[in-house]
Every structure is written in C-alpha cells, then in structure tokens.
Design a binder for this molecule. Structure first.
Ligand SMILES: Nc1ncnc2c1ncn2[C@@H]1O[C@H](COP(=O)(O)OP(=O)(O)O)[C@@H](O)[C@H]1O
Ligand SMILES: [Mg+2]
Length: 332
C-alpha cells in the first residue's frame, strides 16, 4: 500500500493540482501518493486516519477540520502545520518570542479590547483591567506614525496607519471586540516575504506592500549580508514555532530586517500571487519535504504534549529535528 498525503484546501486552485501532480509523478519510485483529502465523520475510538501526512491550508476558516486534524495527529498522522500549536498561536506571542530569539521586531504593545461580548457587564466584569490606559506612556514608547492592527489577524484586515493621537483614538474606537496591537511603523527601504518549507528551505522574495504583490527579481535584490540576516531570522522563527509551512515578512530599515508578520501557517502559494519561478519552488519543496515525511514515519506528537507519554511508542516518536539548531539569545 502506498503512503498517502492528503491536502485540505479552500478556494485555491493552482497549488493543489500542481502539488498532487508533482508527488504522483514519482509515486512508483517513492511509494507515496497525494490527493485531496476526504473527511466525513470522525470516531473517537479505534480510529485511524488513512493519511500518513495531512497538509492543512484551510482549517483557520473551518473549525471542524482543525478538530479532525487534532484527532488525526493522535492517530499517528503527521499534520502540517501542527494543529495543536496553530490553535494556541497568536501574532503577539510571535513578537514576544521573536524578540527573545534575537530577531528584531518593531516596538509593539498589546492593548485591552475596546469592546466586549454583550454578556460582559462593563461595570462589574472588567475589574482586572487597568482603566484608563496610560496612553501617554504607550504612545511615547511606540511613537508616531504607528500601525494599529489585530493581535491575531490576517489578510490586511483592520490594519491602520495612524499618524497622531486623534487618528489612533478613531481607529482604536472602531476596533470593537478585536484585540489590537500598537506597533512602531517601520519606514522600510525594502520589504521581503520569505516562504519557508520544512523549517529548512527558505525562499526570500521581494514584496511590494503598496501594490500588495510579490516582485520577480531575476538578478537578486539583496546584499549577501542582508540575505544572511533574513534567512537566519526566518529560520529561527519557523524552527521555534515548529511551522513546516509559513511565510515570514520583514521590513528592512537601515540594514536591519524587522520581523512584521510571521505566523502564517497557511501561506499564500497561489501561482498568480507568488509568481514564477517562486511557484514552482513552492511545489517542488513541498513535494520533497512531504514525501520525506511520509517515508520517515515521524509523528506530530512530541514529548511536549503531556498526553503523548500515555500513547504507544510509535505514536510519540519525536519529530526529527526537535533540538534547536541555532543558538538563540541576544537582542536587536
Ligand atoms: N510595523 C509595521 N511597519 C510598517 N508597515 C507595517 C507594519 N505592520 C504592518 N505593516 C504593513 O501592513 C501590512 C499588513 O500587516 P501584517 O502585519 O502583515 O498583517 P496581515 O497578517 O493582515 O498581513 C504589511 O504587509 C505591511 O505592509
Ligand atoms: Mg502580512
């Protein structure tokens, strides 16, 4: 029986068929096949996912898939990306972690929500909150212009550039129940998005945030020194978060790459947005990595999940590469 790789997707229509075709082209020599995963009911007892590897590109929008993937991981499937960690992750944690890894991040402050679900009685339920906030200290630390954006967001939703206190208040007042961060605006000379696969393969691509598109640069676009910093930062972030598929954005100011957006466990890999030759790189690296994973028998359940110590040994095989590969520390 071949090992099966299942792909969970939303509307995207270029990466899935290209990936499946690429994996299946080699099936006779690798013993691995790929297909769109089919998911129906999931049983709690004696259930085994038919997939050796599941690649999740959509569970952020379909909670049922996320729950299914956690059960699949428990049955021995290697899930990309780890559904347990993805459920726990948020952007603000990412900034806090990156700064501890010695990766430069903009000065960032998380704010209490402006508003709350209707069950919350503001006069009785919010006793833990400091009120009013010390806006003077916050804005002095971050400075203007600043970016106000969700502490856990995506797709440029609810991202504001605020030039002064009045603009900040207007944007904050409209943020409703979102948890927002106020962040130093990095007036960048260069903007880079790295697509990162298998915590090893990293493709830094020039990105134009004004036009919101990737840019093809046949002759390269970075100095060797900058590229080394970008690669090291992207690698540390993906290895620390444990994401096998991610995109990591840097804004470069005065030669320093600041990590801006790097918790993207279902990164855009559409041909029309990442463009060639980047698209073919994504297909090739995803295929190589997932075929390797399908064959080496690894599980998603490292010892860091307490429940894994109660599982049979073959289910709690730690992921190869669980040890940190780069010494961390330092600050920006
Ligand atoms: N601190 C910042 N400095 C400069 N530009 C920023 C900053 N934060 C966000 N941006 C701009 O806003 C865009 C969207 O913000 P981002 O953090 O990437 O959120 P999303 O997850 O919605 O993509 C970025 O691509 C970048 O162009
Ligand atoms: Mg972004």
């Amino acid at each position: 029986m071949p090992e099966r790789i299942g792909l969970l997707v939303g509307m995207e229509n270029s990466f899935p068929p290209a990936f499946i075709e690429r994996v299946n082209r080699e099936s006779s020599s690798t013993g691995v096949v790929a297909e769109l995963a089919k998911i129906g009911e999931t049983r709690a007892e004696d259930w085994q996912s038919p997939y050796r590897v599941l690649i999740d590109r959509i569970s952020q929008e379909i909670p049922h898939y996320r729950f299914h993937l956690k059960a699949a991981a428990l049955s021995g499937t290697y899930v990309i990306n780890d559904p347990f960690w993805w459920s726990a992750d948020d952007k603000f944690f990412g900034y806090s972690l990156a700064s501890k890894l010695g990766v430069a991040v903009p000065r960032t402050v998380m704010l209490p929500q402006k508003d709350y679900m209707h069950r919350i009685d503001k006069s009785r339920s919010l006793r833990n909150l400091e009120f009013p906030l010390d806006w003077e200290a916050i804005t002095k630390y971050v400075g203007f212009p600043a970016i106000l954006k969700p502490a856990d967001g995506g797709g440029w939703r609810d991202v504001y550039v605020v030039k002064n206190f009045e603009e900040l208040m207007r944007a904050y007042d409209s943020s409703a129940q979102l948890v927002m961060t106020l962040q130093e605006f990095i007036d960048f000379d260069e903007y880079i998005r790295c697509i990162c696969i298998g915590r090893e393969a990293i493709l830094p691509i020039k990105y134009d945030p004004k036009r919101r598109c990737y840019v093809v640069t046949p002759g390269g676009f970075m100095s060797k020194e900058l590229e080394a910093k970008v690669r090291e930062g992207a690698f540390k972030i993906c290895d620390a978060l444990g994401y096998d598929m991610n995109s990591v954005e840097f804004a470069v100011r005065d030669g320093i790459p600041y990590a801006i957006d790097f918790t993207n466990p279902a990164p855009d890999m559409a041909k029309e947005s990442v463009l060639e030759p980047h698209f073919s790189w994504c297909v090739e690296e995803m295929a190589k990595f997932t075929i390797k994973v399908a064959r080496d028998g690894r599980s998603s359940l490292g010892e860091h999940y307490r429940f894994s110590r109660y599982l049979p040994p073959h289910l709690r095989a730690t992921t190869p590469g669980d040890q940190p590969k780069i010494a961390v520390g330092g600050s920006k």
